[in-house]
Ligand binder design. Structure first.
Ligand code: RB5
Length: 148
């Protein structure tokens, strides 16, 4: 599996830990984030990861900022992205199963590294549930992109 991971200046250390974790999982991870603490704008990183996902260059995306909120809001503006803020493994599993999320967002200032690794593991290992009701609801979410 190939994934992309991106981060702003608040997520440098956690991103490095998650890159190592992904490597140990045997996952090919493209680093689209920053590696210094120089301040950057998280929407730029979120857009890069989101576009990599919707273009099919990677299967899934991971984003890290201070809270996980800013990158999530920005990624969800990229047409085709379903980004979920994940604070617990349960969020990661449900985001995949029920919401068919393709981007997982984590806050480095609220989620410790071991929990973040568990979230990443579950997001990768949980398949989407193709039950009709979940597909219908996912399709209704995506229809909102062209509804206004
Ligand atoms: C950067 O200080 C911070 O605002 C950013 O990482 C993120 O938490 C935004 O949602």
């Amino acid at each position: 599996m190939k994934v992309a991971i991106g981060n702003d200046h608040a997520g440098v250390e956690l991103k490095q830990e998650l890159l190592e974790h992904l490597h140990q999982m045997g996952v090919d991870a493209v680093n689209l984030g920053v590696d210094t603490h120089e301040s950057v704008d998280y929407p730029d990183v979120a857009a890069q990861v989101g576009r990599a996902v919707v273009r099919g260059e990677v299967e899934l995306g991971f984003l890290v900022c201070g809270t996980g909120i800013g990158v999530c809001m920005a990624a969800n503006k990229v047409r085709g992205v379903r980004a979920a803020p994940c604070c617990y493994e349960y969020h990661a599993r449900m985001a995949r199963q029920h919401n068919h999320a393709n981007v997982c967002c984590i806050g480095s200032r609220v989620t410790g590294p071991e929990l973040a690794k568990a979230i990443v593991t579950d997001f990768i290992n949980t398949p989407v549930d193709e039950d009709e009701r979940h597909c219908r609801r996912r399709d209704k979410i995506m229809a909102l992109e062209s509804a206004e």
